[in-house]
Ligand binder design. Structure first.
Ligand code: ARG
Length: 287
């Protein structure tokens, strides 16, 4: 290398080094000047485990998406509180109801919170936390409807969300092969169809029907309750055999019930603590 080209080389090398420094400064977080003294730093606490929670976020007030696309609702707040209490983290993933239990079985979701009714049949293929909410089916019809009880739906067109306990109840009443049962992928879609006159009634969980009717006064709906509907309880669903996580969830749930957090969340969504609400169930206010 000639003297000249060596100088040129050094100049270029200097330039490169300078631009590297500049580039580093341009970054949000400049690289630390020296490697962190790892040995002397206290060992960081192990990061809490993050569990993926599936939810069909079209079921207000239990789970829905707000204007920002965030998943919100009673179930979401309950699971967040359980996680905080039991020391784990959660990430909610909007998951269509129709594939929600498969996603759980395949391990794509660690839990499902979706106003899921604990049933004997479901217990064959998944595990449930202790119950966290009492519910029942409720009928929505248009204001002028003559429907006064569940049996009145026998000859009518009834909308349900596919694969729900509402679907089950209506299938039992109208018969497995009835073409009068209109199945929808979400409960709001079934209620839209009621509004437009495509079905005569919708059967779904009381909390969701009450919430929808209250928030859609233009739809001119009314609700009809019936003692025929069996009491239901919601549970958080887990993959069968996931005993460790199940114990953790139950521990967290017991904790938030004991320390008043659950009641606070309940009151926020349903206006009264569960004990008072049980004395005057939502269905009583529905006719
Ligand atoms: N409780 C009813 C059931 O378990 C309906 C639940 C539907 N939940 C939902 N997020 N779409 O079948």
């Amino acid at each position: 290398m000639s003297a000249l080209s060596t100088r040129r080389f050094l100049q270029l090398a200097g330039l490169t080094a300078a631009s590297l420094v500049l580039a580093a400064c341009g970054k949000k977080e400049p690289a630390p000047p020296a490697p962190a003294p790892v040995a002397s730093a206290p060992a960081p606490a192990p990061a809490p485990k993050v569990y993926t929670v599936g939810t069909d976020a079209a079921y207000a007030p239990f789970e829905s998406q707000n204007e920002k696309g965030e998943i919100v609702g009673f179930d979401i707040d309950v699971v967040k509180a359980i996680a905080a209490k039991a020391g784990f983290e959660v990430k909610f993933v909007n998951t269509p109801w129709e594939g929600i239990f498969n996603a759980l079985g395949q391990g794509d979701r660690d839990m499902v919170v979706s106003a899921v009714t604990i049933t004997e049949e479901r217990k064959q293929t998944m595990d449930f936390s202790d119950p966290y909410f009492d519910a029942a089916q409720l009928i929505a019809v248009k204001e002028g409807s003559k429907v006064a009880k569940f049996a009145d739906l026998k000859k009518l067109k009834v909308g349900v969300q596919t694969g729900t306990t509402g679907d089950e109840a209506v299938t039992k009443l109208l018969g497995k092969t009835s073409t009068n049962i209109k199945r929808f992928e979400s409960t709001p879609l079934a209620l839209k169809e009621l509004e437009s006159g495509g079905v005569d009634a919708v059967v779904a969980d009381n909390g969701v029907i009450v919430h929808y009717v209250a928030n859609n006064p233009g739809g001119k709906f009314k609700t009809v309750s019936d003692a025929e509907f069996v009491p239901e309880q919601y549970g958080i669903a887990l993959k069968k055999g996931n005993a460790e996580l199940l114990a953790l969830v139950n521990k967290g749930l017991a904790g938030i019930k004991a320390d008043g957090t659950y009641d606070k969340i309940y009151a926020q969504y349903f206006g009264a603590p569960p004990a008072a609400a049980a004395a005057a169930p939502a269905s009583a206010a529905s006719k």
